[in-house]
Design a protein around this ligand. Sequence first.
Ligand code: F6P
Length: 439
Amino acid sequence: MKTTARKKTVKRAAGAAAKPRPRNAFYAQSGGVTAVINASAAGVIEAARKFPKHIGKVYAGRHGIIGALTEDLIDTSAEDPATIRALRHTPAGAFGSARFKLKGLEQNRAEYERLIEVFKAHDIGYFFYNGGNDSMDTALKVSQIGEALGYPVTCVGVPKTVDNDLPLTDCCPGFGSVAKYIAVSTREAALDVASMARTSTKVFVLEVMGRHAGWIAAAGGLAGRKADDAPQVILFPEIAFDKPAFLAKVKQSVERNGYCVIVVSEGTRYPDGRFLAEAGTKDAFGHTQLGGVGPVIAGMVKEELGYKYHWAVADYLQRAARHIASQVDVDQAYAVGKAAVEFAVKGHNAVMPAIIRQPGKAYRWKIEAVPLAEVANVEKTVPRHFITADGFGITAACRRYLEPLIAGEAYPPYVDGLPDYVRIKGKAVKRKLKTTYKV
Ligand code: F6P
């Protein structure tokens, strides 16, 4: 794996990079967590320990950026190397994540001033922000605002999102493992419903995440290899829901195969843009909270076609499923964390390590630095040519893209029949400021 930087990315003055004095780093987890976000944390922390001339300590935000605003920092140097190593096989956010969006400088200057005040107090010169689209935007803003406030901070975004919707990168760490979990679960549940269909359940519905992008739903398609294999129906956010066509497809599958397996994205919408299932609440980023499309779809099938059904909402199970993580995903998650540090110490600012797929039959990838400005707030959805003409399946091109991302098993160690996950000590860094901040 090679790490290179695109010419366009911002590099600090050569003089400054040549004579570094160690500055501390701040690492924060942001947004929905994944099975491998801690592997990125391990990548950042272990790499930082290799650059003592550049980086002093790595402080992690307790609950992400909120930890910075409230000066609640975790001293990762107090963690055993074995604990940091074990983060590689431990799911969810070991330091705590946050759905908390910093507004623009004009709307809330105080928030940025506070952040910089905390960074200054703790001699933080590097900011590694591990998140999705919104977090890349925040990292970019912090880099700009640090300059504007006379305290430049090297900001590097570390990509993470199960939704797989960041641009410029081949895929997003976190996605490969969810994709594997959904493909495996779809295949297994399909065997179950096929066994029962003659006298009982004929339709199984699996609801998966993905607010605006159907990458996770598409991964369900990996469960089948031949025409008529389950899932017979995939519902994508990219394709407006066509109820008559959907019901006809379900009926056809039950008549032909005896059963029908449906993978539905939580982001599936009616042609007028309304989600099939909105929970009625919004998160801090202003996103509509979703959930419940599975039972909506199952109810529709029962009401219109009369088939007995079961439904399941994969929900947090899918993004926490470290026990069935993809080896490629774990490797990439670690690599982007490590590369973020390497780029930062080389003087790159306002960049994100992106995974670049190499040409050729075998799946090979390298890491390149791409400008945060080109990543922030851009969503990469499933292209139309990855979806079959009828809108209910994945094409061979989509399969070719997805398959390598779920390759390999990275089982965690097991003790007493259960995965042996690690917990950090979470030693707090001594506060230096007299002021407090309420979020
Ligand atoms: O981070 C993306 C995501 O996993 C979405 O697919 C999902 O809608 C959302 O997070 C749920 O997040 P939360 O835990 O904040 O409700």
